[in-house]
Design a protein around this ligand. Structure first.
Ligand SMILES: [Cu+2]
Length: 347
């Protein structure tokens, strides 16, 4: 292996020397001016390439529509993110469409033609002002709009009786804990992790005993996080080891999980899992997925909300997910009542 590596390096060095010698040789050629015919060919090739770029762009926009987020946002706050996304993408699309044209068309128009001389001028205050002021105004507008959107989403001060849920990230799984009857999470720290206390909950904290962890059965997590419809859920995020990112694409929510601190994100689910399964978009998507799975001999799957990790946190990062089920409030309460608090599990 090492020998192969040395041979590759040797070959690369030889190729580099050969290229340098070739370039040095070029400097001795007397007439290096391109002919008008060569300029014409290159000019037209530029226009062809512009057509290719536009074609590729249109093809990608249509062909990859399926891999974009599902149209229906499943949270009350989701439309803010969707608007921001559409606006930013729209702006980028228009600007790049115009810039590509200007770039290629002018290169073509002013290609070398015999006896045509380029106009020389050192600078133009007017031009410089235009291409500084316009982007500044547009980008500032986008940033201010983005900050306003973020504040709208992050502000959960007006919500009555939100549900508090902790998500605990670790290589490579999610654990979760509901705040229980007092709706306040007990203190937790990585130093308290011991035996079955896998989330490091401090049981001397009086808020901890009524907390409800996601059930562990035979050492394995029941990977289902239930959330109620139309009630604000405030997530408190922690990480045991490295940076993770809690990503819930259907609710348009994402927040980093940082070791040593508690981060927060909130949203109000508005579409239950059952309702989302009946959604036309979802059905079309899953019909397609199941066709592909059937062809491979895999069993069919149904739509489910997911909590994913969106930071490349290690080898099994891709598999770090937790199923989310959004229930009607009554169903959620019924489900939560069947779950055991820490006090009940520890006896
Ligand atoms: Cu992760």
């Amino acid at each position: 292996m090492k020998a192969l590596f040395y041979i590759i390096i040797f070959v690369v060095i030889i190729v580099a020397i050969w290229q340098v010698v070739k370039i040095l040789g070029l400097t001795k050629v007397e007439n290096q001016t391109a002919t008008e015919k060569e300029n014409n060919i290159n000019g037209w090739l530029l226009l062809v390439f512009m057509g290719f770029v536009y074609g590729l762009m249109i093809y990608s926009l249509i062909g990859y529509k399926d891999v974009l987020l599902p149209q229906l946002s499943a949270s009350a706050e989701g439309h803010h993110i969707d608007n921001l996304f559409v606006m930013t993408m729209g702006l980028i699309l228009v600007v790049q469409f115009l810039i590509q044209f200007v770039l290629f068309y002018f290169s073509f128009k002013y290609r070398g033609i015999n006896n045509r001389k380029a106009l020389f001028f050192a600078d133009s205050h007017k031009l410089e002002t235009i291409w500084t002021v316009i982007p500044t105004i547009v980008l500032s507008g986008l940033i201010i709009y983005g900050l306003w959107t973020w504040n709208e989403i992050k502000d959960s001060s007006d919500s009555e009786n939100p549900l508090i849920v902790e998500l605990y990230a670790k290589q490579f799984q999610w654990e979760a804990r509901y705040a229980g009857a007092d709706n306040e999470l007990g203190f937790a720290n990585v130093r308290f992790i011991e035996g079955v206390n896998t989330m490091g909950v401090d049981f001397s904290d009086k808020n901890a005993s009524d907390d409800i962890p996601l059930a562990v059965e035979e050492g394995k997590f029941v990977k289902e996080l239930h959330l109620p419809k139309n009630r604000k859920v405030i997530f408190k995020l922690r990480s045991q080891d490295v940076l993770h990112s809690a990503y819930m694409p259907h609710f348009r929510a994402q927040m980093n999980c940082v070791p040593g601190m508690v981060t927060e994100i909130a949203f109000t689910p508005t579409v239950t899992t059952t309702e989302m399964r009946l959604n036309e978009d979802t059905q079309a998507k899953y019909e397609h997925i199941n066709e592909l799975r059937e062809a491979r001999g895999d069993e069919k799957v149904e739509f489910d909300y997911l909590l994913l990790c969106n930071k490349i946190c290690g080898a099994s990062h891709y598999n770090m997910q937790l199923k989310i089920i959004v229930d009607e409030q009554a169903d959620f309460n019924k489900w939560l009542a069947t779950q055991k608090t820490f006090a009940q599990t520890n006896k």
